[in-house]
Design a protein around this ligand. Structure first.
Ligand SMILES: NC(=O)c1ccc[n+]([C@@H]2O[C@H](COP(=O)([O-])OP(=O)(O)OC[C@H]3O[C@@H](n4cnc5c(N)ncnc54)[C@H](O)[C@@H]3O)[C@@H](O)[C@H]2O)c1
Length: 389
């Protein structure tokens, strides 16, 4: 087994998800010969550090992220801290010669994502970004169906990531709602996944026209280190939400397809609809993370009996059988994180490029910059630079 020594910065939802994934790689993918070691974890919160040490078995924990970077026994740094911290952590880790995996969107603004890419290029280290939905076995199957021409020419793409995590007006004003800590709002947090997946599946977008909105403009102030998923009280002191709750857009793709996208963190109803529908001249596929073990497939040649049918996930699809054998025995969110970490660790072990990397992260923020320009000037925008008004 090849040992790879890992440091983790930020030990909330995703820091823990990656740490669990890294720990179990040798048990789920023993044939790949990779054995990540959890060396040091940095988090500002004392309770998080305790869980890292006692629950996850990190060799060391610290409140100071620079100790992760300066540790000679760390080869790879995982970054799962709030977005506006990403770029300084990446710059420091790259300058110290560490390979870097950063959670999406890599930075809180498009200019920061560009700076992060430049830092890793200058240092010649590997980078990876957490666009984990790419790794769903049935998403990979849909990509093969598009690439093989099975669906014909792609004419329409509909993407969405609708979540309810911000739908309660008393949900606390945590870092995601603040430009100073999260950077942009739902365009960074959720739409990034939906657009990344669209370009992964059917190719690059060329232009957009977009609108954004903030529906819940004030939220209760949190106590220190409060969770995003806890509500405050009506009499609590309130603070201002400083980034967007919602984005909707139309787009064109280089292959001539037309797209529509929506993302919201405050809409009531859809709980975690990270979903797409692809329509081609010879067929259509649809996938929704809420039912991630099902792929919907439509074939016109089924004639009188045509209609969407459900393909259930199973071990005949990529990666799936490593988690569970047979058919219709489902996998879940953290299994996608495990596949992503497997491939990043494999790239580190064999010094080969990994995708999605910070070039792919830059690709999304180029789309994001065009979306933000369009929302400001109410016109179609070409996708080009990362400049935002
Ligand atoms: N790929 C995905 O599906 C997915 C899902 C959720 C979040 N994310 C991304 O993961 C990142 C983290 O999000 P999260 O939901 O895990 O957030 P979180 O709030 O659950 O965790 C963030 C952690 O960072 C710690 N932290 C804050 N400041 C710090 C500092 N200066 N030094 C060290 N630690 C510090 C906090 O104490 C907290 O434990 C974000 O970039 C987010 O966009 C990705």
């Amino acid at each position: 087994m090849k040992r790879i020594r890992v440091g983790v910065i930020g030990f909330g939802w995703m820091g823990r998800a990656h740490s669990r994934a890294l720990r179990r790689l040798p048990t789920v993918f023993p044939d790949r010969g990779l054995s990540p070691q959890l060396v040091v974890c940095a988090d500002a919160d004392e309770r998080a550090r305790q869980v890292a040490r006692e629950g996850f078995g990190f060799e060391r924990v610290t409140a100071d992220w620079s100790e992760v970077i300066s540790s000679d026994d760390v080869e790879v740094v995982y970054i799962a801290a709030p977005n506006m911290l990403h770029v300084q952590l990446i710059a420091a880790a790259a300058a110290a010669g560490k390979d870097v995996f950063c959670e999406k969107p890599v930075g809180g603004t498009p200019a920061q994502t560009l700076a992060a890419l430049e830092a890793t290029k200058r240092a010649g280290v590997l980078s990876g970004v957490g666009y984990n939905y790419r790794w769903a076995p049935l998403v990979q199957e849909a990509r093969s169906m598009v690439a093989s021409g099975e669906l014909g020419d792609i004419t329409n793409y509909r993407g969405r990531f609708l979540s309810m995590y911000g739908s309660n007006p008393l949900g606390l004003l945590t870092w995601r709602y603040l430009v100073s800590e999260g950077g942009y709002g739902v365009t960074s947090d959720l739409l990034s996944h939906a657009v990344d997946l669209a370009e992964y599946l059917i190719g690059p977008m060329t232009s957009v026209v977009a609108q954004t909105a903030t529906f819940i403009t004030h939220r209760p102030q949190p106590s220190a280190q409060a969770s995003h998923y806890v509500a405050g009280g009506v009499d609590d002191p309130m603070g201002e939400v400083t980034n967007e709750d919602y984005v909707g857009l139309l787009s064109t793709f280089a292959n001539g397809a037309r797209g529509t996208f929506e993302s919201s963190r405050s809409m009531v109803g859809p709980e975690s609809q990270m979903a797409f529908e692809i329509h081609g001249t010879r067929g259509a596929v649809a996938w929704n993370f809420e039912r991630m073990n099902e792929l919907q497939y439509y074939r016109p040649e089924d004639g009188r009996h045509a209609g969407y049918r459900t393909i259930l996930a199973g071990d005949r699809f990529a990666y799936h059988g490593n988690f569970v054998p047979g058919s219709a025995n489902g996998i879940g969110f953290e299994d996608l994180v495990t596949i992503e970490d497997l491939e990043f660790m494999d790239a580190v072990a064999h010094r080969r490029p990994f995708h999605p990397d910070f070039n792919d992260a830059l690709r999304y923020v180029s789309v994001q910059a065009a979306i933000l320009r369009s929302a400001a000037n109410r016109q179609w925008e070409e996708i080009g630079s990362v400049d935002v008004p």
